[in-house]
Write a protein that binds this ligand. Structure first.
Ligand code: TXA
Ligand code: MG
Length: 317
């Protein structure tokens, strides 16, 4: 299959791109689209056959459920049973980089939620995603990478992983947030943080007036099915150094990611900014350049929870 590229990098081009993409989605095809976090791999959330194609294109294990993306928070009660906590979070953070896990209604196919009684819901803020969802209706959308690779933050990353395997990608330029949404499970009595992101546990606690529990149970077992898989990992080994002083780094075929104030400590090295919007692109560049190591340096307290989580997983990979 030839993967079409719809250009939506200027406001005037969005309508045509969304038209073309919505037509393919209606036929049960898989189309990648930009969100404010990372690119998503979209398919009709009410069509089990289309959803099966998403798992096949990514090589994703069938026991890892997908997020259902909606045009508006008001649509949540058509798919799930939102409570007062969900309503408060939706008012504050939707549209935005937040995903809520709620008790599902039967309308959401089993394959989308990997047989779980719950469903993950998100309302993206990106103008292209919003326009597409308004046209297409609910879409399942995991990150648009081959399973286990870093999430894509540019259309080129999607093409590098999935060309020939999906019908189309909408090019909306670079994703502004750069790491995946914060995932909060509200399906039980506790508020569980399943995946940290730009919206922090502290912001959620403040808003709800309830404690947020970071979800690795007493046994340390991960609670989001996706968290047991190796994730966010480039092929190039990642070394994370958190210390008061920068480590010595052999300049041969290595890249350093750090805050601009530390650049001067790594003379003669390919040094790049350590930030959420550029992390995954740097990982992918290191692979293309055939580097032997990515060194990530931060002083204690310099990294927020979302970025640190992605770096730790990459370093463990
Ligand atoms: O920012 C994002 O969330 C991006 C963009 C495209 O929206 N999407 C994304 O999807 O990161 P994905 O599939 O790569 O990650 C979804 C995570 C996985 O860890 C999955 O296990 C978890 O959410 N998840 C999905 N449904 C769940 C459910 N019912 N219960 C618990 N965890 C769930
Ligand atoms: Mg993913």
């Amino acid at each position: 299959m030839t993967t079409l590229i719809f250009d939506a990098t200027s406001p005037a081009s969005i309508d045509d791109a969304v038209d073309g993409a919505a037509r393919l989605l209606r036929r049960g095809e898989v189309v990648a689209f930009p969100t404010e976090t990372v690119y998503g791999l979209g398919a009709d959330a009410l069509d089990p056959e289309a959803i099966r194609r998403v798992f096949a294109a990514k090589g994703r294990p069938s026991d890892n459920p997908l997020i259902v993306h909606l045009a508006a928070a008001a649509d949540m009660n058509r798919c799930a049973i939102p409570d007062e906590r969900a309503a408060l979070l939706a008012d504050a953070f939707m549209p935005g980089p937040l995903t809520l896990v709620l008790r599902s209604l039967p309308v959401i196919p089993d394959i989308a939620r990997a047989g779980l009684p719950t469903v993950a819901l998100r309302v993206p803020a990106h103008p292209v995603a919003a326009a597409l969802l308004a046209r297409s209706g609910p879409l399942v959308a995991p990150s648009a990478n081959i399973s286990g690779r870093p999430s894509p933050t540019l259309a080129r990353h999607v093409i590098d992983d999935l060309a020939g395997r999906i019908a189309a990608v909408i090019d909306g330029g670079a994703c502004g947030v750069g790491i995946e949404s914060t995932v909060v499970d509200l399906s039980g009595a506790d508020v569980l943080l399943l995946r940290p992101g730009m919206i922090t546990a502290a912001e959620i606690e403040l808003l709800l007036g309830l404690p947020v529990i970071t979800a690795t149970g007493a046994t340390g077992a991960p609670r989001a099915p996706g968290m047991k898989y190796r994730h966010y990992a480039p092929g190039t080994p990642v070394r994370l150094v958190i210390a008061d002083t920068p480590p010595p780094v052999d300049p041969a075929r290595r890249m350093v990611l750090t805050a601009p104030r530390h650049y001067g400590d790594f003379p003669g090295i390919d040094v790049r900014d350590l930030s959420a919007p550029t992390l995954y692109a740097a990982f992918r560049d290191a692979d293309l350049l055939g580097l032997v190591e990515i060194v990530i340096y931060a002083a204690p307290g310099e990294l927020d929870a979302g970025l640190l989580d992605r770096i730790r997983k990459a370093a463990a990979g």
